[in-house]
Each structure stands twice: as structure tokens, then as C-alpha cells.
Write a protein that binds this ligand. Structure first.
Ligand SMILES: Cc1cc2nc3c(=O)[nH]c(=O)nc-3n(C[C@H](O)[C@H](O)[C@H](O)COP(=O)(O)OP(=O)(O)OC[C@H]3O[C@@H](n4cnc5c(N)ncnc54)[C@H](O)[C@@H]3O)c2cc1C
Length: 396
């Protein structure tokens, strides 16, 4: 068995190289750059190259705005990270998204419709120590046939990131993507617009700004513009978790569904298990079984002291307890996420609206993750943030 650890911000093996930041930068602190190309040329800075920031930047660029996407790390995609294992496009972050109109429309627009795949089953279980119990919907019916379909892409969710990035690059020079460019703060500029202080020591001046980072990072970024909005955003607490992808030889267990959940009070290491080979058509290959185990994502933090090899061994031990005897996995990969997902107990549906209302016009929040949703919610929120930025440009 081989255990591999990947830092989420390392470039994945399939990522195309990104342009290094231009130096000296044509867009840096250049007063002539601002508004230089008329109303259609107003500059929007988008902070964060996860699905929220990328979608906002793409929609703005497509609508004719000049856009700078500023991403702290080398890799775009944020929490979306597809890492092939045994030739299968396994996800280290989200493994699907809800079939919401905005998400499907974006895939369609990016030419990804033919790559969409739907889950084979929604039958899910709970591991209760003495066995698996089928999760039941209201009325005692099995929790199958959920009204919202879960979708993915045949080559993995990274395809969405790649296609957004490609399309952005196709809109150059109006749209520019700058990896390795952390933003340290956003301040009101003298006159109008905003100044963005970069970790590179540079300053960007923009007519509007879209923030596509998680809530705690958004809070730091906007604190100079609105301490009130920063306080609201800081109320969202995040949970750490790890994803362990495992490849087993053959088909050691029958796996009649999409996986199982584990209640925190049961004191297990694993908090959930996804039977990837029976859940997704593109991950069902003869000769091997792909399983994804989630650890953490709750108040329990003991797992963080364990090294990767121990995490894999313990995950396997608990899978055997839940499902029955099986040979050890052939391959394993562990990815740890700090501040991975918002703690559902800290979510308040009215918070994003309150935070947005406390910000000056032209500064828009795109992060959909802290609205309690996942990718589909981020795409919808990114569309709203892009629309808000465009309205501001038109009004200015
Ligand atoms: C393990 C896991 C499983 C999940 N499962 C699902 C699922 O099955 N379905 C689903 O829909 N959702 C799921 N989610 C949630 C989903 O992944 C997120 O809601 C979504 O990807 C968040 O996207 P985002 O762009 O808002 O933020 P992120 O993906 O966090 O992206 C933010 C980006 O901003 C950058 N950044 C941060 N600060 C700065 C700065 N100061 N300057 C410049 N750049 C900065 C970061 O480097 C990052 O690239 C899961 C999340 C995790 C971690």
C-alpha cells in the first residue's frame, strides 16, 4: 500500500502551467489604467481563484468588463481538486454538485454538458456500530430518489476549473489571471474605486472588487472598508477535515448505495464514507473499487495528530468493522484541508445579505460556501456578485 500526501495548493499533475505574474506589471498602480478604455474598460479586481472567484471573473469578462483575477496560490480551483489515482479522476475536495439551474447553465455555456454525469444511486446509510442502517426520509421511506440530483464531470470537477480558466485566457488582454498573487487588503481609493494591496508589494487600483474567498479571509480583506462587514463575516466558523481516497483490489464489498455517514457521538475516526465505484458511473471500473473516507468535519480533532499512514490504516480498520473483511487497499491518498467547510451550526442564511449591505458600493461578496451551500450555491452567488459589480460600473 502506498500512502501519499498532497498539499491542496500544490499544482496537480494535470494542471496546465499558468503564466507567471508580469513584471513590471502593466496593471500595477497605474492611474492611467483605470477607466482608460471608457465604460467598457472599467477594471474589476476579483480576489480568489476558487469556483466563486473564477465564475464571477468569467461572467464579468464575458460581459465586456476588464477583469483581473488575483489568486494567492499557484493552482486555481480552491477546494476543487481532482487527483487521478489508479487512472480514476478522484476528488480530494467536493465530489459533486447539486443540479441547480445556474450550475448546469454554466457547464452548458462552457461546452461541458456532454461531460456531465449523474449519481447512479442516492441510497445512503448510517453506520451504527452494529451495522448499516438505511437512512430514511420523512414517512419511513428509504432516502432514495432525492429531489435534487447530484452531478459531476466525467474527467472530474477540475474540468470546470480548467474550462473557466481557458475561456478567461481566451478573453485576454481584457481578462487576466494572476496566480501567486495574494491580496492583503482592500481600501477605498482617493476619489472613487478601491486600492488592493498585494503580497508582492504592488498596489492595484480597481473600479469594483469581487471577493471570492471564504468568510474569514473575506473579513480580513474588507476590514479597512467596513469593520462592520468584517465582524459579520468573522461569525462563520470553519471545520478542518481530511479526505482519504482508497483503491481496493477487486470488489471486496457489495456496496449497495452511495455510502454511509457516522454520527459524531459514535466516537469513530471516520465521519463518512462514499462508495465512489457504485455512486458515480465514471468511477466504476472493473478490477478495482474506489472508496472515499472523510475524517473530521466535526468538533473532534484528535485525528489531526495522526500521520497519513496511520490515518489510512485506521480508516481501513473501521471500514472492515463496518463492511466486513477485506484485503488492504492497493493505493491511498490523503489530503488535509484546514478550515475546509463552514460549521453548519455557525451558519445564518441572512448573514451574507447583512455583510453585503454593510460594504461600500462596488465591493461585492461572491463566496457562496458560507451561504450554507456548495459549488452550485457558489456559482449562483458568483453570478449575483458579478451583476452587482456591473451595476456599480454602469452607475459610475
Ligand atoms: C472536502 C470537501 C468536500 C466538499 N464536498 C462538497 C460536495 O460534495 N459538493 C459541493 O457542492 N460542495 C462541497 N464542498 C464545498 C465546496 O468545495 C465549496 O463550497 C466551494 O468549492 C468553495 O469555493 P470558493 O471559490 O467559494 O472558495 P475556495 O474554493 O476556498 O476558493 C477560494 C480561493 O481564494 C484564494 N484566496 C484566499 N485568500 C486570498 C487572498 N487573500 N488573495 C488571493 N487569493 C486568496 C484561495 O487560495 C482559493 O483558491 C466540499 C468542500 C470540501 C473541502
Amino acid at each position: 500500500m502506498r500512502a501519499m500526501t498532497d498539499a491542496p495548493n500544490l499544482p496537480g499533475p494535470t494542471r496546465p502551467a499558468l503564466d507567471p505574474p508580469a513584471s513590471p506589471s502593466p496593471w500595477e498602480a497605474d492611474p492611467a489604467a483605470r477607466g482608460a478604455v471608457g465604460p467598457g474598460g472599467s477594471l474589476v479586481a476579483v480576489v480568489g481563484g476558487g469556483i466563486s472567484g473564477l465564475t464571477s471573473a468569467y461572467l464579468l469578462a464575458r460581459a465586456g468588463a476588464r477583469v483581473l483575477l488575483l489568486e494567492r496560490s499557484l493552482r486555481l480551483g480552491g477546494k476543487i481538486l481532482t487527483q487521478p489515482l489508479a487512472g480514476l479522476p478522484l476528488e480530494a475536495g467536493p465530489d459533486g454538485f447539486l443540479d441547480r439551474p445556474e450550475a448546469v447553465a454554466l457547464c452548458r455555456e462552457l461546452g461541458l454538458e456532454s461531460e456531465l454525469v449523474e449519481t447512479l444511486t442516492t441510497r445512503a446509510y448510517r453506520w451504527e456500530g452494529n451495522g448499516l442502517r438505511l437512512l430514511e426520509a420523512e414517512g419511513g421511506r428509504p432516502a432514495t430518489g432525492s429531489p435534487a440530483r447530484l452531478l459531476s464531470l466525467r474527467g472530474g470537477l477540475q474540468r470546470l476549473v480548467e474550462r473557466l480558466e481557458e475561456d478567461m485566457r481566451g478573453l485576454a488582454p481584457r481578462a487576466r489571471v494572476h496566480p501567486l498573487t495574494p491580496v492583503e487588503g482592500v481600501e477605498p481609493a482617493a476619489g472613487a474605486g478601491f486600492r488592493l494591496r498585494l503580497g508582492t508589494g504592488q498596489v492595484v487600483r480597481a473600479d469594483a472588487v469581487v471577493i471570492g474567498t471564504p468568510a474569514h479571509q473575506a473579513a480580513e480583506l474588507v476590514s479597512a472598508c467596513s469593520p462592520g462587514a468584517a465582524d459579520i463575516l468573522m461569525e462563520v466558523r470553519y471545520l478542518d477535515l481530511a479526505v482519504i481516497n482508497l483503491i481496493y483490489p477487486g470488489r471486496p464489498w457489495p456496496l449497495p448505495g452511495s455510502g454511509f455517514l457516522v454520527a459524531e457521538r459514535d466516537g469513530r475516526l471516520i465521519s463518512g464514507c462514499t462508495w465512489l465505484s457504485s455512486k458515480w458511473p465514471h468511477l466504476d471500473r472493473p478490477g478495482c473499487t474506489a472508496i472515499r473516507v472523510t475524517v473530521g468535519g466535526s468538533g473532534r480533532r484528535e485525528w489531526m495528530r495522526l500521520d497519513d499512514a496511520t490515518l489510512v490504516a485506521e480508516a481501513h480498520r473501521e471500514l472492515v468493522l463496518a463492511l466486513g473483511p477485506a484485503p488492504r487497499p492497493d493505493l491511498a491518498r490523503v489530503v488535509r484541508w484546514r478550515q475546509a467547510v463552514p460549521d453548519p451550526r455557525s451558519l445564518d442564511p441572512g448573514r451574507p445579505t447583512r455583510a453585503q449591505a454593510a460594504l461600500p458600493p462596488g465591493l461585492a461578496l461572491a463566496g457562496g460556501g458560507y451561504r450554507g451551500g456548495g459549488i452550485a450555491s457558489c456559482i449562483a452567488a458568483a453570478g449575483e456578485a458579478a451583476a452587482l459589480a456591473r451595476r456599480h460600473l454602469r452607475a459610475g
